[in-house]
Write a protein that binds this ligand. Structure first.
Ligand SMILES: [Zn+2]
Ligand SMILES: [Zn+2]
Length: 261
């Protein structure tokens, strides 16, 4: 079995010994490709994600962007550097970008402006978008639609909305990625979408170090745990992990436009 963790954060504050031990544990568990997300209050996590992906060109891709929490940091210099980083082969996507109206760490109008600029950057680069959205379903779809995100498509990461949002996102060319949330007993809407979304439009992710899936819930999450999430998605779809895994692998390669070894 081979799985892709399509969304993990491996920054040193979460993995003080460096990312390689976590990647090795994941490989032993059958997780053999990764998309590492480089976002933070500065661009250092983006640079680090690119370095990691360049060091592991066969099985690690990077995404670079500015998280909605940090939208106030997106100035001209940051945009210029993201454009340079984003053009590199190791970078498979622009992200995570989007809107977070739950925490509101940046003012909403600043979040919306940054999101729109970064969607335009992704279109300029011709790379797909990894979207973070929380409690902002309508504005998220409106900006993706208004900025022509359909041209590059992408992934709604850590899907935590309902069927209506799922339909809107799928129609705009965005796949749905399921995190540990889908293993939580109270996540009925998310489970319903995981059960019914088109087989060729779904992914799994850890969003490590957050949201460890059951039965690891409460522990720091790491890429190896995506196996539990994938097993739950298989169960919801009344199939087996062995049958689902090749489809997920193909979806990740298709959406991220690369071959993982
Ligand atoms: Zn996120
Ligand atoms: Zn994330």
């Amino acid at each position: 079995m081979h799985l892709v963790d399509t969304h993990c954060h491996l920054d040193p504050q979460y993995f003080p010994d460096g990312p390689d031990a976590a990647l090795d544990r994941a490989r032993k568990a059958g997780v053999s490709a990764f998309m590492v997300i480089g976002v933070g209050a500065t661009l250092e996590p983006a640079r680090a994600a690119v370095r990691l992906a360049e060091a592991h060109p066969r099985d690690v891709a990077a995404a670079v962007g500015v998280h909605p929490h940090d939208a106030t940091t997106l100035d001209e210099a940051a945009l210029r550097e993201l454009r340079e980083l984003g053009a590199r082969d190791a970078v498979a996507a622009v992200g995570e970008i989007g809107l977070d109206y739950h925490y509101d760490h940046s003012p909403r109008e600043v979040q919306r402006a940054a999101f729109a600029k970064l969607v335009r950057l992704a279109r300029d680069l011709g790379k797909p978008i990894v979207v973070h959205t929380r409690e902002a379903p309508d504005d998220t779809l409106a900006i993706l639609d208004g900025e022509g995100a359909r041209e590059v498509g992408g992934i709604i990461h850590c899907f935590s909305e309902d069927e209506k949002f799922a339909r809107g996102a799928l129609d705009l060319g965005f796949d749905l990625s399921f995190s540990g949330i889908v293993t939580f007993k109270n996540a009925r809407d998310v489970a319903a979408v995981a059960a019914s979304a088109p087989l060729d439009r779904i992914h799994v992710e850890t969003d490590s170090p957050y949201l460890a899936p059951a039965p690891m819930r409460g522990k720091p999450c790491e890429p190896a745990y995506v196996v539990h999430t994938a097993r739950r998605v298989a169960e919801l779809r009344k199939t087996t992990l062995d049958e689902l895994a090749p489809a997920l692998w193909k979806n990740a390669e298709h959406r991220l436009r690369r071959r993982f070894a």
